[in-house]
Structures are given as C-alpha cells and as structure tokens.
Design a protein around this ligand. Structure first.
Ligand code: GTP
Length: 510
C-alpha cells in the first residue's frame, strides 16, 4: 500500500470515530463535553495515546447514557400503567376490559421500543375516550359525552367535576413524562412551554391539542436516534470500503514487484547475449580485457539499480502489509466488541427486566424449533400456562411495587418444582408459560400440581402481613401434527377452565 492510501485510510477512520461520537451527543451535558473533545482530538490529528485517553473518559459516560435510555423506557411504561390505573380508579364509568387488556399487552411487548411510545399514548387516548364516552343511563345518553364535547370543541356544554379531575391528573402525568424525553437542547423551550401548559391547563378543551404536542416531541426524540444510527451505518460502510481499497493497493504493489523482477531478468539476459556476441568478434587480449571490463561494469550497475529498486519496493510492500495487518487487527477487535455488544443487546431484548426470565419474544423464538424436534424424535412435550390469581387485587391493595415483588417471587417458587430442562418464560403481565420437554401428560400434570402447591404454601410478606397467593394452571400435550399456536391455545383454554372452576387449580387437555 502506498503512503497516501494509508493516510487516506487513517483519515476515513478518524472521520468514522468522530461521526460515531455524534451518536452519543445530546443526552447529557457532561458526555457532550467529552464527545466534543473526541472530535477535536480527531480533527487536529492527535496521537494514539491522546485519543485513547479521551475515549477512556467517554466510556463510563456512554454506559451511563445507555442506562438512562433504559430508565426512560421504564418510566414511560409506568406512566402508561399509571394513566390506565387512574382511569380505572377515578371514573364512575367502566373501563372496557378487553380494550384495556389489549393495551396492557401492547405496553408489555413494546415499552422498550421508543418508536412505539406515541402509538401506546394514542392507544391510551382511545381507551380514555371510549371509557368516558359511555353513557350512564337514559338521561345521560341524551347528552353528548365529555370527550366528544372536548373533541368537537363544544363550548356550551357543562363539564363533570369527576371527569375534570381525571383530565387534570392526566395532564400532570403527561407533564411528568416530558421530564423523561431526551431531546436536543434546541427543544428545551418547547418542553418548558408544554409542561407549563399541561400543569396550568384549566381549559380542558385544549387537552387533545396538548397531547398531540407531547406525541410530536416524542417523535422528534425518536427521529434523532434513527438519524444518528443512519449516520453511523454510513460511516461503517465507508470504513469497509477503505479496507477494500487498501487490499487492492497492496495487490498492485505486489504485482509491480514481480514485474520489475522479470524486467531485470530480461535486461541481464540481453547484456550477457550482447557480451557473448562482442567477444566472438575480438582477436587481441587487450581489447577483450577492455570489453569485458566495460560489460561487467554495465551489468554491475544494472544489478545495483535493480537492488535499489527492489529495496525501495520491498520497503513499500512491508509498510503496506504491516498497515494492512494493523487495520485488520483493529477491525477484528471492533467486530469482537460489536458482536459482544449485539449479543448483550439481544439477550436484553429477550429478557424480562422485572423477573430476569426469558420474555414472550424468547418464548416465540424457542417454542417452534422445540416442538419440531419433539415431533421429529417422537418424544412428548407439554405446555403449561400459569396465571397468578386475583393479581389485580394485590396491586390495588398493596400497590404496584408489592405487585412487582410478587411477580419476582412467584417464578422462584415455580422454579423449585421444575426440572433442569424445563423452560419458563414470562409471557406477559402475571402470566408465565412453562415448556416440559420429554414429559408425558400425566407427568406434566404432576409437575403442575407441585408448582401450584409450592406457590400456595408460601406466605408472601406484604408490609409485615403474610398474604396467600395462588396460581391457576392449564396444561396441554403437543399432538403429532400440531403447531405451537394451537398447543398454546388449548393450554390457555384449560387455564380459563381452572379460573372458572374457582382458581388455585390445575386443568389439562391431553
Ligand atoms: N405490579 C405489576 N402489575 C402488573 C404488571 N403487569 C400486569 N400487571 C397487572 O396485573 C393485573 C392483571 O389483572 P387481571 O388480568 O384483571 O386479572 P387478575 O386480577 O389476576 O384476576 P384473574 O386472572 O381473573 O384471577 C392488572 O391490574 C395489571 O395492571 C407488572 O409488571 N407489575
């Protein structure tokens, strides 16, 4: 590789690191200052040690920023849950249960995906609309609903105090959510204005408009992340193109080395042939001596010229190979850390953060291949769908934190009744799915009974008081041609029967 192409490569790598650093910007002022230092070091061409030092400074801050992103997602999840609970607790009207469960399921599956936040908020808006729009009786039916009045901007209508209170609480909860957005400082004023408008919002007709503003700002926060990611991928692509270019250069330099070796051989051969012919035409010794001296000095200068040329080219070749090796080593290191980061991210995406159990996505990835293997090898497999009984009551009586504690403890009790090869997933909410490979229907029923007993006999401590918790379980065994969806649905049906039959029960379908 030539000197200039190596310089070009370093330039590209510098730019890549400098652009990548932009990914981290806008999250935290302390991190922003380190990120700026990285870019300055890159632009002024600082040496490896100086660059290493600034990168080392940035690392803990980057990790902190990543954790902040996860916390933001958690806060969005709990805000949404709070909004739903608020609606359920405060209104005299009945929240439509199937819609509520559907929204809760969407929250459980998507709270970590920031691009879904606006949809989840819109989902809540629809739920609130549908709840508050329900009529309360004949007289009520004649009136247009609270939400309709707001949305139709009907100023004459009178608002109900209860509904008004709920809307004020919703405004406050949304204002809390605004603290949670990671937006460039350019939007600071917008956030302050919007928060002020939400907190001082007495004019309820403005709420739908304000909610739109909240959603817009969330969209901007998400857009920024995606734009940064696109920049990063473009740079990565350029980095790979540059490696490719340096391999091509190295190939050309090897080629010119062997071409000049061939040129030297031809030239030398011609000089030897020339000398042989000249010798044939000479009769006296002195002329012969002079001729040979002349020819020898020509050959010797050809050799010296060749040697210098070779040394020069070998130097270039060595430099090119060393630089290429360094680049490949660096790329390998980068790719190892990238791979381990991706692995970690993948594990995070497959793990439920509350219980540390594999989540519903992990279940969906695992169950199909598992069922196929069992069917192919003609071995039995059973599925259990297990749901905590009256869990809503735990939340309502002892609060969400106590509910979370129960959600962490119940799987531990379940685990105590399982074998090593049994697989447990948090399917969602208070529902767990267990796959029993190599297990017959009768054995699975026994194991489920053991799970039920293990949970029922454990007193759960709630603010110093022992509280009994139980689970209901539905079991089904996989049939020869059956798919996992049908297996799940049969087990789920059994769970429903267990609940209908009084709860704290195991029901099965062979
Ligand atoms: N604390 C907490 N509650 C959750 C979580 N996920 C779901 N929930 C709550 O779980 C409750 C589920 O209640 P329901 O589906 O009505 O069922 P249940 O009260 O368990 O009654 P049955 O299943 O009929 O015995 C809802 O109140 C949800 O808010 C969570 O991660 N933490």
């Amino acid at each position: 590789m030539t000197e200039s192409s190596s310089d070009k490569l370093i330039e590209v790598l510098r730019k890549a690191v400098s652009r990548t650093s932009m990914l981290a910007e806008g999250n935290d002022p302390e991190l922003d200052s380190v990120v700026r230092q990285i870019r300055q070091a890159m632009t002024k061409g600082a040496n490896a040690q100086e660059i290493q030092d600034v990168l080392n400074n940035a690392e803990p801050l980057l990790i902190k920023s990543d954790e902040a992103q996860t916390n933001r997602a958690k806060q969005v999840r709990s805000t949404l849950q709070e909004l739903i609970d608020l609606l359920e607790r405060q209104t005299s009207k009945r929240v439509p249960q199937s819609e509520k469960k559907q929204l809760e399921a969407q929250i459980r599956s998507n709270w970590q995906i920031s691009s879904q936040w606006p949809h989840l908020l819109k989902g809540f808006l629809t739920l609130a609309e549908n709840t508050l729009n329900q009529s309360e009786g004949e007289a009520e039916q004649a009136k247009s609903s609270f939400f309709k009045r707001i949305f139709n901007r009907n100023r004459d209508a009178e608002l109900k105090t209860n509904d008004q209170e709920i809307m004020i609480q919703i405004s406050h909860t949304l204002a809390g959510l605004m603290n949670n957005l990671s937006l460039p400082s350019l939007y600071d004023e917008d956030i302050v204005d919007l928060k002020r408008a939400l907190l001082g919002n007495n004019n309820l007709q403005q709420l739908p408009g304000l909610l739109d503003e909240v959603i817009n700002l969330i969209m901007i926060a998400i857009g920024k992340t995606q734009e940064s990611l696109t920049n990063y991928l473009t740079q990565l692509n350029k980095q790979l193109a540059s490696i490719n270019e340096s391999i091509t250069t190295s190939y050309h330099s090897q080629k010119s080395l062997s071409e000049s070796r061939e040129g030297f051989n031809t030239k030398l051969q011609m000089q030897v042939e020339d000398t042989t012919q000249a010798i044939n035409g000479i009769n006296d010794l002195d002329s012969l001596k002079t001729l040979i001296n002349d020819r020898l000095s020509t050959i010797s200068s050809t050799m010296t010229e060749y040697k210098t040329q070779m040394q020069e080219q070998e130097k270039h070749s060595t430099q090119s190979i060393t630089s290429l090796k360094n680049k490949v080593t660096r790329m390998e290191k980068d790719s190892v850390s990238l791979r381990s980061m991706l692995k970690e991210r993948l594990a995070q995406a497959m793990t439920d953060s509350l219980t540390d159990l594999p989540n519903r996505t992990a279940y969906q990835d695992t169950i199909l291949p598992l069922c196929k293997i069992m069917q192919k090898t003609k071995k039995p497999i059973c599925l259990a769908v297990c749901d905590i009984d009256f869990f809503k009551k735990v939340n309502d009586t002892w609060g969400h934190l106590a509910g979370d504690k129960v959600l962490r403890l119940v799987p531990k009790q379940i685990r105590s009744a399982l074998l090593k090869e049994d697989l447990m997933f948090r399917y969602g909410g208070e529902e767990f799915v267990i796959a029993f490979p190599n297990t017959t229907f009768a054995q699975a029923i026994e194991r489920a009974e053991a799970i039920r007993l293990a949970v029922a006999k454990t007193p759960f401590n709630m603010q110093g008081e022992p509280v009994s918790i139980s689970v209901s379980i539905g079991i089904a065994e996989l049939k020869p041609q059956e798919d996992p969806e049908s297996l799940f649905s049969r087990a789920d049906k059994q769970l429903y029967l267990a609940k209908e039959g009084g709860r704290n029960k195991v029901m099965g379908d062979k």
